[in-house]
Design a protein around this ligand. Structure first.
Ligand SMILES: Cc1cc2nc3c(=O)[nH]c(=O)nc-3n(C[C@H](O)[C@H](O)[C@H](O)COP(=O)(O)OP(=O)(O)OC[C@H]3O[C@@H](n4cnc5c(N)ncnc54)[C@H](O)[C@@H]3O)c2cc1C
Length: 411
């Protein structure tokens, strides 16, 4: 058995690597267990709202070590085909490739003092009042006083510990996406993030996320909708979507099967048990994703950091009596920082995706009421808090709240 650590982090994606970095900087002995070896890919559009750079100031300089592409123009299209272009004064989104970004985050964790253990696929987990023990598929055992579960949407830790039974098909999106080199497929407007709602059904969406040398093109919908309503294979949907984009003169080139990976995104809001005893759940494993934009990287970074801080507390990790309060501190911390926006995102998703004309209404409003669009951009760039953005939007569109509340009550 390996020497015990203070904290084991399972999964070295954005949530786990950030947790490991913050823990190590806080003085904890951390083992970061990752089933793959870096650099490894993770299917993802790779768009990060630039508020992440305000929340994590070290990231700005660190991103210089990888390929980035900053974007300040968003094209939003409703199901009727009506579109609007939103422009921000400063970049609102930074595009990265997960192959490089996740490798960078893992290196930052190691540079901070975390021990990264690759090829360590966790298969068994045990937790009690005294501590935690995990076993990898190849039989290695690791023990610690705390565990941060950051093993993603298909993670096993929450299921093994009875914290979450797994996602139902209405709480998860199937996102079918390719990340293809520009020599094969490219956007004709590489400075614009392109998002279209209503692709393949009311709750469907399609997007083009241009990178410096690649393009990410994807199409997605709720898994329940895909199973019940779509009679095409994922890659057939993707090919149709790319052909349509080419016909409209939005991209040129060919879709690439070898760069295509369908994958799940949890879009039902945070799970009921995000922490218990000595186990804290961060990132996709805890359902920390915006339910209608499917943005998850920001929330993975934030929840990973908050989990780490809850464990360390301000007095350090060496006081055993403080152990069991970490779970409560974590839940309070994420609710305070990102709880309202994640809760609202589920209500908004349910409200908008029930009726195509509502999404068209949002697109028209973004066009007509530029101040509302500016508020959303200010939120994405981090110059306005969610609470303030929400207050301004509610003051502008009070009737929407009433309709959303009615929709929520009706289920
Ligand atoms: C197609 C697609 C497009 C997306 N586009 C965007 C986007 O543009 N912007 C955005 O913000 N979000 C996007 N998301 C969501 C985003 O990818 C996730 O929210 C984010 O990756 C969550 O980070 P995480 O660290 O929680 O999990 P992950 O990134 O999934 O990392 C989990 C890690 O745990 C490891 N792991 C899993 N099981 C084990 C195990 N048993 N033992 C050890 N290690 C294990 C995995 O190998 C992985 O490294 C997209 C998602 C998809 C599927």
């Amino acid at each position: 058995m390996a020497a015990p650590a203070d904290v084991i982090v399972v999964g070295a994606g954005p949530a786990g690597a950030t947790a490991a970095r913050s823990l190590a900087l806080g003085g904890a002995r951390v083992q970061l267990l990752e089933r793959f070896r870096f650099p490894r890919n993770k299917p993802c559009g790779g768009g990060i709202t630039t508020r992440a750079l305000r929340r994590f100031p070290y990231l700005g300089a660190a991103l210089d070590r990888i390929t980035t592409h900053y974007i300040s123009k968003l094209y939003l299209e409703g199901p009727s085909g009506r579109g609007v272009v939103l422009t921000s004064h400063e970049p609102a989104v930074v595009m990265i490739r997960r192959l490089e970004f996740d490798d960078l985050l893992a290196r930052l964790a190691v540079e901070a003092g975390a021990e990264l253990i690759e090829d360590a696929c966790v298969s068994q987990v045990h937790a009690d009042d005294e501590g935690v023990r995990v076993t990898t598929r190849d039989g290695r055992e690791f023990c610690a006083r705390y565990l941060v579960a950051a093993d993603g949407v298909n993670g096993i830790v929450t299921r093994r510990l009875g914290l979450h039974p797994g996602w139902d098909a209405a709480g998860v999106a199937l996102d079918m996406m390719e990340e293809t080199p520009n020599e094969r497929l490219r956007a004709l407007e590489p400075g614009t993030l392109w998002v279209s709602y209503g692709q393949g059904g009311t709750n469907g969406y399609g997007y083009i996320f241009p990178k410096r040398d690649h393009i990410n093109v994807g199409i997605g919908c709720l898994l329940s909708h895909f199973r019940e309503q779509i009679h095409l294979a994922p890659y057939q949907m993707q090919q149709r979507f790319v052909s349509e984009l080419r016909r409209r003169g939005i991209v040129e080139g060919e879709s690439s099967r070898e760069d295509f990976t369908p994958y799940h995104i949890p879009v039902g809001g945070p799970i009921r048990n995000t922490a218990r005893g000595r186990v804290l759940v961060a990132g996709d494993a805890g359902g920390f994703v915006n339910a209608y934009t499917a943005e998850g990287i920001y929330y993975a970074l934030v929840s990973g950091d908050l989990a780490a801080r809850a464990v360390i507390d301000d007095r350090g990790i060496d006081d055993p009596r403080r152990g069991t309060t970490a779970a409560g501190r974590y839940v309070r911390a994420w609710r305070r920082e990102i709880g309202a926006e994640l809760r609202d995102s589920v209500l908004i998703q349910k409200y908008l995706f029930r009726d195509a004309s509502r999404i068209d209404g949002v697109v028209s409003s973004a066009d007509t009421y530029r101040q509302a669009a500016d508020t959303i951009i200010a939120y994405a760039t981090g110059t306005t808090s969610y609470a303030e953005a929400r207050r301004r939007l509610l003051a502008r569109f009070p009737c929407v709240v009433v309709r959303m509340a009615r929709g929520a009550l009706a289920g």
